[in-house]
Each structure stands twice: as C-alpha cells, then as structure tokens.
Design a protein around this ligand. Sequence first.
Ligand code: ADP
Length: 192
Amino acid sequence: MLNIVLFGPPGAGKGTQSEKLIAKYHLVHLSTGDIFRANIKGETELGKLAQSFMNEGKLVPDEVTINMLASELDKSPDAKGFIFDGFPRTQAQAAALDNLLQSKNTAITSMLALEVEEEELKKRLLLRGKESGRVDDQNPEIIQNRIDEYNNKTMPVKDFYAAQNKYRGINGLGEIEEIFALLCNEIALSTK
Ligand code: ADP
C-alpha cells in the first residue's frame, strides 16, 4: 500500500495537492478538516463537538479525532492506499495512526511536508476566506490561533516521522504543477 501523510501548516496547499495525488495514485483521501466540516453541515453529534474548537482555530481533541479517523479507515477495506491530509496533527495522533495501520498490516510510506513561510500563509488563508466563506479563514485572530496551534502541537509530528526516516520536506512556494512534480518525485523515491 501507498500511505502518504501530506503535512504542512494551514494554507500550505495540502487540499490542492491531495486532489492531484489521489487522481494519479488512486488513493483514498482522508481529510480530517473536510470530514469535520461535513459533520458540521449535517449537524451530527461529532459536528457539534468539533465546531466550537474549529471556529476558534483550535485543534479538536485527540480522542475525538482519532476515533473518527479509525472509523473512516474501516470504511475503505479495499483501498490501494491512503492520503492523510490534516492528520496526524499531534504526536499522539501520529502514534495512534501507526498502531491503526499496523493492525491492518501496513504502515506510513512517507510524510511529505509542504513548507511555506508564515506571511504567505496568512495571505493565502484570508484570500480563501473571501472566496470560500470558511469562517476560520476570515478572521486574522483565528488564523493566528491556527498557526500557533500548528507551531506548538503539530510541528513536533515532523520529529516523529524524521525518527523513522520518513520525513521529506518540499518547497510549497511556486506553481501548483511544479510542487506536484516534486511530490511525485519523492513518492517515486520512497517506493523504490
Ligand atoms: P487547514 O489545514 O487549512 O487549517 P483543515 O481543513 O485541515 O484546515 O482543518 C480545519 C480545522 O479542523 C482545524 O483548525 C482544526 O480545528 C480541525 N482539525 C482538522 N484536522 C484535525 C486534527 N487532525 N486534529 C485536530 N483538529 C483537527
């Protein structure tokens, strides 16, 4: 199986690149942000729980997120592989994911990390807020909270995969196609 963690701060381009990667490699796309948003829209219990955290730019608690991810994995028993987008965002989530995959006799192939500087992220997120109407993209304070959560809680996930020699940094500035080519190149190297 090809199991990719697509990593990077909010606004780094994970969603855009995920679309292209799933089309090319026929992977199942698991975006925790998208799944939470769908639950909010459907007014499910999970949605109600996640909403308060998301609207403030805070991470949804690990237990909630991990349970949700586990049940999403179970929905695709025949997948050729997965692309994890926006997950894991904490070291606890990363450890849980390793265990889940191990129980299915598979593992993460590599973590591809899109690297983009903070000023550029803020610009992109505010623009997306105008275009998409996403609440958490419209307010500079909430954006700052998300970047702070990323720096404090999510950055350490990099060390988790680096320790397994699975971390690959990718320059996230440039043309979409250019960045996609860099990602594909890393995938080719990590599956050789
Ligand atoms: P972005 O990468 O642009 O911040 P996402 O759509 O991935 O956006 O996530 C939006 C929000 O959903 C996050 O700010 C957070 O509140 C919640 N969320 C998504 N994934 C996770 C996760 N793995 N753990 C905790 N919270 C999450």
